[in-house]
Design a protein around this ligand. Structure first.
Ligand code: NAD
Length: 285
């Protein structure tokens, strides 16, 4: 186990969490980001999160140094060359992901599996940028990665059974529960979640109820741990809008049309938690 090598491309919110769980499971991890301050920040976040696990009694103190010792950082994709598994968690832009996969395909070992953590970009299109589409698939972790149980494993049009089985096994070894799905817009998670969030926003726009009331109905009535509008603020309203556009365009059905109030809030810069204001107000951006 400890001899396995992975690379994580992108050291933001998701990349630091993915590097954390891989290193904790014994993988040597190269954490790669084009922005040097991003990897520094990621290492700080991983340390803080490991210390929290120690305080909770779920990790021995000695393990903190060991886990951090398995993570090396880099700014160039060449650092992914020794990896047998690469998980890309760079910014959600098709141009960035296509360029990263073209380059990974050139620098990585022929047998390496290339996974993407994309929330909405077609796995099949990403895979088609490589000469190894059978070894490309989606590995969709949830935020925060060390805490959330699910990994949506998304098969592109050409993903092989062997690649899927290997990644399902790896996800289990990370202590996660993988679920296999196929490559259609939004996969399962966002295809089911985003229309609910969108409908909750229509309810606000039409004055059916205020945000707190809508969230309370869903929390207490449907046993959701968090109401849809609280969740939308947490995800980022710009991200929700972008995913709804992908669903609307990709599935060609008007039931996915983004609510005009969502568009208006995004245009006004009210993006949720990260800007301090969305459906609710927050202390700090
Ligand atoms: P983020 O903005 O926090 O981090 C992205 C990082 O990628 C940044 O540090 C950026 O410098 C880096 N980057 C950009 N171009 C790069 C390149 N060419 N090479 C290396 N690094 C590069 O984004 P995030 O929220 O961590 O999201 C990453 C991916 O995970 C996206 O595809 C997103 O859709 C997906 N995702 C996000 C969430 C979430 O809740 N944030 C959940 C599931 C999936």
């Amino acid at each position: 186990m400890s001899s396995q090598r992975a690379a994580v491309v992108g050291a933001g919110t998701m990349g630091n969490g993915i590097a954390h769980v891989l290193a904790q499971a014994g993988w040597e991890v190269a954490l790669i980001d084009t922005v040097p301050s991003a990897v520094e920040r990621a290492l700080g976040t991983i340390r803080t999160n490991l210390e929290r696990q120690v305080k909770k009694g779920t990790l021995p103190q000695l393990a903190v140094r060991e886990v951090l010792g398995r993570i090396t950082t880099a700014s160039r994709l060449d650092a992914a060359a020794p990896a047998t598994l690469v998980i890309e968690a760079a910014s959600e832009s098709p141009a960035i992901k296509f360029a990263v996969f073209e380059q990974l395909d050139r620098v990585c070992r022929p047998e390496a599996i290339l996974a993407t953590n994309t929330s909405s970009i077609s796995i099949t299109e990403i895979a088609a940028r490589t000469r190894r589409p059978a070894q490309v698939l989606g590995m969709h972790f949830m935020n925060p990665v060390p805490v959330m149980q699910l990994v949506e494993v998304i098969r592109g049009h050409a993903t092989s059974d062997g690649t899927t089985a290997a990644v399902m096994e790896t996800a289990r070894a990370l202590g996660k529960t993988p679920v296999e799905v196929h490559d259609y817009p939004g996969f399962v998670s966002n295809r089911v979640l985003m229309p609910m969030i969108n409908e909750a926003i229509f309810c606000v726009m039409e004055g059916v109820a205020d945000p707190a009331a809508i969230d309370t109905v869903m929390k207490l009535g449907m046993a959701h741990p968090m109401g849809p509008l609280t969740l939308a603020d947490f995800i980022g309203l710009d991200v929700c809008l972008a995913i709804l556009e992908v669903l609307h365009r990709g599935l060609g059905d008007d039931k996915y049309r983004p609510c005009p109030l969502l568009r208006r809030m995004v245009a006004a810069g009210e993006l949720g938690r990260k800007t301090g204001k969305g459906f609710y107000r927050y202390e700090k951006a």
